[in-house]
Write a protein that binds this ligand. Sequence first.
Ligand code: PEP
Ligand code: MN
Length: 447
Amino acid sequence: MSEAALEAAGVDSYRERVAKQQPAWPDPQALATVVERLNNVPPLVFAGEADVLREHLAAAGRGEAFVLQGGDCAEIFAEATADRIRNKIKTILQMSVILTYGASTPVIKIGRMAGQYAKPRSSDTETRDGVTLPAYRGDIVNSSAFTEESRIPNPERMLDAYHVSASTLNLIRAFTHGGFADLRRVHAWNKGFAANPAYAKYEQTAAEIDRAVRFMGAAGGDFDALKTVDLFASHEALLLDYERALTRIDSRTGRAYDCSAHFVWIGERTREIDGAHVEFMSKIHNPIGVKLGPTATGADAIALAHKLNPDNEPGRLTFVVRMGADKVRDNLPPLVEAVRDAGVVVTWLSDPMHGNTFTSESGYKTRRFDTILDEVTGFFEVHRAAGTIPGGLLVELTGDDVTEVMGGTEQIDDEGLARRYETKVDPRLNHQQSLELAFLLSELLSQ
Ligand code: PEP
Ligand code: MN
C-alpha cells in the first residue's frame, strides 16, 4: 500500500534523470537489501514537524524571524558523542540568544546535524604521495581512512547513518526539551574564560537576560515559553538511494515527505534543472533549499522556483547564496531583483563559507573570519538595496576549540591552524568564532 502510494506520488521519477555525485556501489544485491530495510524503518522526523518549520521559514522570508542554520560540514559517525553534540547545540543556542537579545528577533534554529553525512566532491579521486584512491564521499558512503579498502562504497553505511542520526536526534530532542535549553540557564552555557573577549561579551548579555527574566518572574510572567526550544534537523539531500528510502507518505495529507530530516537542500554541484536531485525534491513536501553559487543567473533561480515550488507557497523554498565575498555585491543583485520582479516567494539565506575557501601556505583548506563576515555584510547590503529580506545564515561550525578558520579575536594564523585542525572536509568556525560572528551579526540585523 505505502509503496503504491509513494509510486503514485511520483517519487521515483528522478530515476530517469542524471544523478551526479552518486557512489558506484559495487554490489547491487547488498544495496537492494539495505534499501529494503530502510524502506521499513520508522521515520526520523514527522511530516507535521516539517510543516511547522515551513511556517517558520515563511516568517523568516517576510522578515519576521531570522534563520540560524549551523553544524559540521560533514558529520562523522565516530564523533556523534554526547559531549560533541551538546557543544554544538550549546553553540547554536548561545548564538541565537545573542541574536534574539541583540536584534530583538525570533531565531529559527536548524542544525546541520543528525544526517549531514554525504559529501559532493570536486574530484572522484584523491592522490597522496603518488597514491591515487577513490575520494571520500562522507561517512554514509565510505571511510576517510586513506586505504583502498576504506574507500570502497559500502551500502551498510546507510544503515549506520540512519541509526547515528536517530541517536543524535534523540539527544537533540532531550537537550532542547528536557531542561538544558531553559533560558534561565543562559549563564551555564558559557564555557570559556571571561578573559576572552567573546566570552566576556556573552557573560554581559547573559547577565542582562537574567535580569530581564527575573523582572518578568517578579511581575508574574509565564515562563513556559522559555523552557524549551525547537532545533530542527537538516542536511544536503545528496545520496538519493538514502533519501528515497526514507521517504514516507503522510497519513494526514497523502503527500510524500523525506523523513530523514525536517529540511533538506540541493548543493551547488547538483542543482541542474533537469537533474535527478531537483526532480526528486520536486516530489517531496518538506521545506527545501537550493544553494546558488556565483554562476547562477536570475533565469536559473526562477526556473528552479517554478519547478520546486509551482504553487509559490511561502516557506517551501529557500535559496542559500554562496557567492564569495568578492562576488556577492556584483552577482547577487541580478538574482534577487529577478526573483523579486517575477513575484516568486523565497526565503534568502547567506552561506558565507563555501565561496571563501582556499588553501593556506602551510597546506590547510581554510577560510578567513573577516572574509566570512564581509560576505554576510554584502548579502545584507544587496537585500537592503533591493528592498528584499535577508532571512538568515548558514554556517559551518563546531562547539569545540578547533583551529580551522583563520582570524577572529584569537588571531589564528597559518601556523596556528596546525594546533587543532580536525575537519575531514571543510573548515569550521570554532565555538568562540561562532559567538563573535553572532555579535557582529546582531549589529547588522539591528541597523
Ligand atoms: C556544503 O554545504 O558543505 C557544500 C558542499 O556546499 P555547496 O554545495 O554550496 O558547495
Ligand atoms: Mn562544506
